[in-house]
Design a protein around this ligand. Sequence first.
Ligand code: ARG
Length: 584
Amino acid sequence: MLDLAQQIQQLLVPRFQEQDLDPTLAEVRRCDRPDLGDFQCNGAMAGAKQRKENPRALAEKLMPASELFASTSIAGPGFLNFVLSNEALSRRAQAIAGDPRSGVAVSAERKKILIDFSGPNVAKPMHVGHLRATIIGDSLQRIARFLGHQVTSDAHFGDWGLQIGLLITAVQDEQPDLPYFRPDYAPENNLPESPVTMEDLDRMYPAASARMKEDEAYRDRARKATAELQKGRPGYLALHRHFWTVSQVALNREFEALDIHFDLWKGESDVNYLIEGVVEECRRKGVSVPSQGAEVIEVARESDAKSVPPLILVSSEGSAMYGTTDLATIVERCKEVDPDLLWYVVDQRQALHFVQVFRAADRAGYCPENRLEHLGFGTMNGPDKKPFKTRAGDVIKLHDLIQTCRGKALQKMDEAGLAGDLSPAEKERTALAIGVAALKFADLCNYRMTDYVFDFDRFTSFEGKTGAYLQFQAVRVKSLMRNATPQDLEGQIVVEHGAERQVVLALDAFSGALRLAFERRAPHFVAEHVYTLAQAFSSLWTTLPLLKEADPAKRASRLQLSRAVLAQLEIGLRLLGISVPERM
Ligand code: ARG
């Protein structure tokens, strides 16, 4: 099913070809000047330049005639403007209304995509960087799947670095008698329960990490423990498992609340079995070289504007580094999934790391660089424009962030006198849905590379460009639909009024927005789209009677249009990870 811009483009392409012009010049887009048309094509000007011809004269020759148009015009130096006929808009609306995919075709070129996103760490609280990675990555996996791509998502748990050695050291100091530290530890000594809770880890990690900065001997112990863990010391491995389990239980609570799911919950440690082979192979192929007791892969290129340091494959203590596990993970992913694309949704501050890893993977022959993409993003800032912190200056925990948003949503619902007739349980659920929508939409409505300032009050507001506003519009249509009888909806969509035209044009733009979101790996095109659609519907609602329209044919037309809006809003919001409550 082609959208309106594509249908117009199809009329233009042969006319451009007749004039010996490049058909890509026939690109059609929404008109910048809605008073002049619904769509426009700017190709006549570029074509005229190529042919050294008068652009307006060329535009005359290029202008197609079709019953799609109510009128066409040539403006300025040669803009082709098109006003769609009500019949063409009615047909398009009917097609979208009858399509469970709301007018969006499955992509012709289906790809296998692996998305690495969220990347939480064992025992470290998830911070705002992880929140953005989680929200953006999830939306990208939903968008790619909806377009028909074959997606595998992996949380890529950070569980194999120095932080684990540090925790082992800290636990040893608090509970030296645990069996895990005995040199003769054997699997039958493993305790069924973890010796530490998530709260313990949460408390111990920051303290140990602060101590490591000052206490060199302590740092050396942590490093040694890391190296021993990686070499497979059984007691440490068992302790590592416990850290893993308690952390995962805690993280899952957050992912459940956010309605975010992964196909794979692999960790850095899961590729430990590959590391030795990777190191050996890189050495044998001459890809890695010794450097000051360590082993590194040179990845600098002459064309680099800024110098790119080598990737450290093995540290001077003999440990695998962050880049090493990432490299080994690429090996595993290519073997097990063989994706066409590997997307890494990770904070832009790690851009250099990914340049190193991707180049190293390419050099070692593990994966061509053009399949590897780092999809970075900016920071979520506090009112001081610095990465969001609590009042005490700590990184804010995801759990607290979600709960604060839920609380604010509850407060706003009460203030607005909403949800009066909801049961307490439904009210709680709705507040969580609104709170989560606030978090997600605030994030996704900005282009991912842009930093933004987080503002609880503004983001949970029912007015403005917010998740709650969008949910509210959708809920409004739901209640409209509940009040309509099946007979109210019997008939065809017949577009007559300006407000109806705007709704159809908005509905029509969905597939283009999704295409762009996928091409640019940027969910904000979808966020923008749902907002525009909600606004178009809102003006329909205020300008024309819907259920109250006396003429049954008109009533049916408008209600069907409203139902199509609801369907598309729900799909669009779902692609952003936002659910629509039944009532609010
Ligand atoms: N755990 C890492 C961090 O907290 C993020 C992991 C991102 N993914 C990756 N393959 N490196 O910074």
